[in-house]
Ligand binder design. Sequence first.
Ligand code: P1T
Length: 386
Amino acid sequence: MKEHKANLHKDTLAIHAGQSPDPTTGAIMTPIYQTSTYVQDGPGIHKGFEYSRTHNPTRFALERNLAALEGAKYGLCFSSGCAAMSTAIHSFKSGDHILCCDDVYGGTYRLFTKVFPQMGVETTFADFSSIQNIEKLTKSNTKLIWIETPTNPLLKLIDIEKVSAFAKTKGIKVLVDNTFMSPYLQNPLSLGADLVLHSTTKYIGGHSDVVGGFIGTSDEELHKILQFNQNAIGAIPSPLDCFLGLRSTKTLHVRMQRHSENGKALATWLESHPQIEKVTYPGLKSHPQYDLAKRQMKDSGGMITFVIKGGMDKAKKFLSRLNIFACAESLGGVESLIEHPGLMTHAGIPADIRAKLGIVDGLIRVSVGIENIDDLKADIDQALKG
Ligand code: P1T
């Protein structure tokens, strides 16, 4: 396999990294190696491929491609974002402590509060906007700081560079869930994080047709542990899903540019709409961490949250009146999705915690697609009038 050159730009890496024409036929697309096993010439005499949970050429190509896009030396793919998270946490042991930012995907919260405690791994949730807060909650057994930035669903930002610098002084590892940004808009490893994670179901897949996960690192020791766990636990993606991932990353840069363009235009328009109480988008000057967004992110992406005037009743009516926006969980696809975090993606978080965080009854989350922006505005406008 041709190795990608370190000095190539992301737009080129997206299309080429980790892939080379099929040596048998010259096929430009990496084939779907839909096989469970590989024939050996004799016991232990093989071509480097033994069994597909451990070795699969289609998966390896996607792992190399995503690693290159994140500037990671190593990459591993999983059957979902949650499978990637679970595999990462299996690298820790009973008695270990994790510090996690207080606003995360509902499924992440569920794993940290319902599943990992059964393994003896405890998590404290905290507001990561101040290092003093992190410092105060760090314990002698804290082994990992878990960051989502921008957070899901409130789009708060966390300073990856600052948190990573603090963690290094304490020998604590930092993992960044980079799902909302994609490797095109933000690269946590370059800011000092040890691990970067994605639900590839979202922007990396980009077409709402695959569920998957990814973890990248440049730390060989961490990679070896994760690779061992990936094989031992076995939550690997299918060869077809990996092929779809490779097909998708070829347009990641173009899609992310358009998501960001539409995101900015829609957020700006929403901000001046009389029926909207508040808009949160990292690309708006009104975002309290606008300066950090400029520093840490290449562009602002396609995720917007807003609070509709009129609370729950109005929110439900609005969501049922939309024609182009699909009311659905998930995000990052070419089609615009919209949802109510309190009733959908974050319903599993206790109501008092949701209220404290600001996940209010009128909160709506938008994943802006790459459709025509005027059509998107008109759809929201007519739904708000109902
Ligand atoms: O759905 P899955 O591929 O397992 O990924 C989980 C996950 C991990 N991290 C973040 C930041 C996520 O947003 C998700 C999944 N999120 C949704 C399904 C959602 O609608 O927010």
